[in-house]
Structures are given as C-alpha cells and as structure tokens.
Design a protein around this ligand. Structure first.
Ligand SMILES: NC(=O)c1ccc[n+]([C@@H]2O[C@H](COP(=O)([O-])OP(=O)(O)OC[C@H]3O[C@@H](n4cnc5c(N)ncnc54)[C@H](O)[C@@H]3O)[C@@H](O)[C@H]2O)c1
Length: 287
C-alpha cells in the first residue's frame, strides 16, 4: 500500500549494501512513496556489494563517501543537492561496524585503536553528517534525520560488545544536535532502535541467531522486520511526525519494556529439565 507520503521530498540514504540491508528496504519504500534521493556507501562497499543495482531499481544516483571523512561528506551533500535539484528533506544514517567485533576481541580486552574506529564509523559519523549538512545549509525546514540504533545502548547485551557504547553515543548525538538544529531550522533528529534483523552487520554479532529467537519470544508483537523498520522510517520522514525530535524510538515489538515473557520462560524451563533429567515429564504450564 502506498500513500504518497514523501511526494516531492529529496533525500540521502546511507548504508544500503545488499537486499538484506535495512537501508535497501528504506530506499525501496521511499521510492514507492514518491521521494527522489541519492544513495551512498564506501567505495569498497559499492564495489563489493549491490548498491549500484539498487540505484538502477530506484533511479537514484550512487555517490561514494566514507561517512567518517568530512571532505567525502561535503562532496556527497553538495552533489546530492545538484542531482536532486534542491535542498534535502530527509537523511537516513544506516551505518554500523565494529572492527573489535570483526576481530573477535572480547569487551574486556578491547583494542583501543579499533574502539576509536567503531565509535567513528558507527556514531561520530552521524555527527559529521549532520554538521556537514548544517555548514552547507543543505537541509530544508522540517527536514528529518534518522539514525538506526539498538537497545544495547540502554541495557547490557554482552555479545554486542563496543557497538553498545557506539549506540549510546549515537543516541546522545541525536539529542544534542536535535536541540541545536531544531531551534535554528526546525530540523528533526531521531534514532530508531530496531529489533535484531538478519543483515550483514546484524549477522556479525556473536550469538545472533539465539538473540533473534530470544527477542522474538520476549516481544509481545514479535521482532520487527527490516521491511517494517522501513515503514517506520518513511513515517518519520513524512510530514505526519513534524513535532517528533530528539527521541530514541523503539521499534522492537515491545521488547525494550519486557522483563520476562511466558514464551521465553517456557523455553528456558524446557532447557533446564532436559539438561538435568532426560526422563523429565515436567508440565510446562506457562504456555
Ligand atoms: N541488523 C540488526 O540486527 C540491527 C538492529 C538494530 C540496529 N541496526 C543498525 O542498522 C544499521 C544498518 O545496518 P544493517 O543491519 O542494515 O546492516 P548492513 O551491513 O546491511 O549495513 C551497514 C552499512 O554500513 C556501511 N558502512 C560501514 N562503514 C561505513 C563507512 N565508514 N562509511 C559509510 N558507510 C559505512 C556498510 O557498507 C553497510 O552498507 C546499523 O546502524 C546497525 O547497527 C541493525
């Protein structure tokens, strides 16, 4: 179902690597809703991934930029305004990477050089994108900027490692810059805290399959899919949410407000019984 929610709006979408990417799904939905936009990723990701294919599908120009490099960002933003014929109405920051996670470093034995990279790529790049937009006066009044986050910013998920710290910083940047840009230009800045979703970045997290299953059982509405996340981003880019800013918006089927669910308890009890007694005939009365 389409609603023309982004008719006439211009955007920049970071982070579509392949069909699984959340940014890919946002781009497809934004196109359906009448937006025009540019796509961007690192030069390597564009070479190795499918960003160009998405560009063809969406009739969108692909402009390489390393989101940690301010010069690249300024070039991207300037070119995007040229290509799209005016200032920008929405920006999706869908970027995350931890070299510590990639190298299998435990949180209690982090490489601090790699931690700098995690924070720069996954959080400070959000600041760089917004600051570059502001310096170039690239955003229209009531523009909407979204970064994607995860509940490990608030609660401990051991396998999420230093990405948890990056997400806490990302959400803080949305608040700090949201105030400044809101006062000056009515620009909205928010983060969406998404359920675990099977993507290249998501799959890199230790114990990801177990986490996906656990949070599915814990959430009253189940995990939110990548397509559902795209729907939420579209609403946040639209004029229907003009007074929402400086928020971390949970899009997780209710997970973030749960303590324990009966479905998760059931599975836990079954595991306990099977572990301790193969003959166990315990009745799982919590179904
Ligand atoms: N998948 C999940 O479970 C999940 C859950 C909550 C939040 N998120 C967040 O969603 C966002 C998108 O991730 P995804 O799950 O779609 O995975 P993905 O791997 O498809 O996307 C991550 C993107 O970041 C890009 N990237 C990495 N370094 C970059 C740099 N220096 N400059 C520009 N781009 C760079 C990658 O090329 C890739 O396109 C991330 O912020 C991620 O943390 C994901």
């Amino acid at each position: 179902m389409t609603y023309n929610l982004l008719k006439g709006k211009r955007g920049i979408i970071f982070g579509a690597l392949n069909e699984d990417s959340i940014a890919w799904k946002v781009a497809m939905r934004a196109k359906e809703e009448g937006a025009t936009f540019t796509l961007t990723n690192t030069a390597v990701a564009i070479r190795m991934g499918d960003t160009n294919k998405l560009g063809e599908l969406c009739n969108a120009e692909v402009i390489p930029a390393d989101a940690t490099n301010v010069e690249d960002l300024e070039n991207l933003i300037t070119k995007s305004m040229e290509v799209l014929g005016g200032k920008i109405d929405f920006v999706l920051h869908s970027i995350g990477m931890s070299p510590n996670v990639r190298k299998g470093k435990h949180y209690s034995d982090l490489d601090y050089g790699l931690l700098d990279k995690t924070l720069d790529i996954s959080a400070i790049s959000f600041h760089k994108v917004i600051q570059s937009c502001r310096k170039l006066d690239a955003l229209n009044e009531w523009a909407s900027v979204i970064g994607l986050s995860y509940v490990a910013a608030q609660r401990s998920f051991v396998g999420y490692n230093d990405m948890a710290d990056a997400k806490a910083l990302l959400e803080s940047i949305a608040r700090s810059f949201g105030y400044i840009y809101g006062r000056e230009r009515n620009v909205r800045i928010n983060t969406i805290s998404q359920s675990p979703t099977y993507t290249t970045a998501g799959g890199g997290i230790k114990g990801f399959d177990g986490l996906l299953d656990f949070s599915e059982r814990m959430s009253p509405l189940g995990n939110a899919s990548g397509d559902e996340c795209a729907d939420y981003c579209i609403v946040m880019f639209s004029d229907l949410t003009r007074k929402v800013t400086m928020q971390n918006l949970f899009h997780d089927g209710g997970f973030s407000n749960m303590g324990m669910s009966l479905r998760a308890m059931h599975t836990y009890n079954k595991g306990m019984c099977c572990d301790c007694d193969p003959e166990c005939d315990h009745e799982h009365k919590y179904d």
